[in-house]
Ligand binder design. Structure first.
Ligand code: FE2
Ligand code: FE2
Length: 392
């Protein structure tokens, strides 16, 4: 496949990243539409690269830089985050960029050297919120955003162009040739992917997000250039900011019910269907036999109510249900939700009790517990319908 072209995305700023059309699993996150690793070259007399790409795209990045300038003219490589999707190519790049200094915060430097010991042989310039990187005609400021989503995460801001380089912030996992929201026909789909990203990456980090938004209030931002997927400018800047403001205030949750279950012989599935049909709220049906956890997380992110069902399987919940609770708990997507539990059993009634302990440990409020032996009879059906009224 030919390389995607470099592209001037703003005055003096070229996109030089990589589009990963093929990646489908990103540390467990199912990226059904691929992703991109967006890196940017800021053309100044002191040329500055902002972020890099995953290791297998290092040569692509290098070729794109060469289309624009001489490698020896690159003076700085700003690293906003040490995770390997943005740093994997850095050790190789530093062998090629003979005059470059790595610019990052102290924690990120430590992470980078732990990940790639060869980097200790290169010059670093350590920055923080009160440090500027003064280039010939551009000034770069730094905004530390710890736990968005690593301790080393930061944003970079160019004062002359009002561009925020937000790394993982405001991104989405999608491989596409468009760069900006205004070029996208299906705008709702990008918002959907942004929420999926928030659910699966930023779930536990609402407080750091609120702090970051507060700290960024004083900045005049005309463009947000992300490190994944689509970037934001013009009328659509507000759309991106609004998504994060809503999430930071927990307003992404709606009166919506996510039903998560696994069924072994059909009884739990039947109970799940009764719950779905009886709900007075919109429902998302997550049969774990066919629904991946990435989609469950997105639905839970938007839902005030969860219903979780499992048969008793050797004295406990099924592995898939336990795994789903484990995943949602890690992302803080059970915390603060009302939860209905339901489960079938043959001779040992344990699944609901086991789930109750896990849900309460995760900060959820159990509002209903319904166990039934073998199959769903009329009494169980009535109990399920009746307990749905607790979701108001
Ligand atoms: Fe990351
Ligand atoms: Fe990333």
């Amino acid at each position: 496949m030919p390389l995607a072209a470099t592209e001037l995305v703003a005055p003096d700023v070229y996109w030089v990243g990589a589009i990963d059309w093929s990646v489908r699993v990103f540390h467990g996150y199912h990226t059904d539409e691929g992703t991109s690793y967006n890196a940017y070259l800021l053309m100044d007399e002191e040329v500055t690269l902002i972020d890099t790409v995953k290791v297998q795209f290092g040569l692509e990045l290098l070729e794109r830089i060469k289309q624009i300038t001489f490698l020896d003219s690159v003076k700085y490589v700003i690293m906003n985050h040490a995770e390997n999707d943005h740093s994997g190519a850095l050790p190789f790049l530093m062998t090629q960029l003979k005059n470059a200094t790595i610019v990052t915060n102290k924690i990120c430097m430590e992470h980078l050297i732990l990940l790639y010991p060869s980097l200790k042989n290169y010059p670093f310039k350590i920055v923080n919120n009160s440090t500027q990187l003064q280039l010939k005609t551009h000034t770069i400021h730094f905004l530390q955003v710890p736990m968005l989503h690593w301790p080393d995460s930061m944003f970079s801001y160019c004062a002359e162009t009002n561009i925020l380089f937000s790394n993982d912030g405001f991104g989405q996992h999608i491989a596409c040739s468009e760069r900006f929201m205004d070029q996208i026909a299906q705008k709702d789909h990008i918002i959907h992917l942004m929420r999926e990203y928030s659910a699966n990456i930023l779930g536990p980090f609402q407080v750091p997000l609120a702090t970051a938004l507060d700290n960024a209030k004083g900045l005049k931002i005309d463009m947000i250039l992300t490190a994944h997927g689509i970037s934001w400018r013009g009328d659509y800047l507000g759309m991106a900011l609004n998504e994060y403001i809503q999430f930071s205030q927990n307003k992404q949750m709606q009166k919506k019910l996510t039903v998560v279950f696994q069924s072994m012989n059909g009884a739990v599935k039947k109970a799940a269907q009764i719950i779905m049909q009886g709900s007075q709220h919109p429902v998302q049906f997550c049969d774990l036999a066919i629904t991946d956890l990435t989609k469950c997380a997105l639905s839970a992110y938007e839902s005030e109510f969860l219903a979780i069902g499992s048969p008793t399987y050797y004295g406990q919940t099924t592995p898939l249900v336990e795994s789903a609770i484990h995943y949602l708990r890690g992302l803080s997507l059970i915390k603060g939700r009302k939860v209905m539990l339901f489960g079938s059993f043959c001779w040992s009634d344990k699944a609901v009790l086991s789930m109750k302990q896990m849900i309460e440990n995760a900060g959820g409020t159990v509002v209903s517990e319904i166990s039934f032996k073998m199959g769903v009879n009329e009494i169980t059906q009535a109990a399920l319908i009746n307990d749905l009224k607790k979701f108001v």
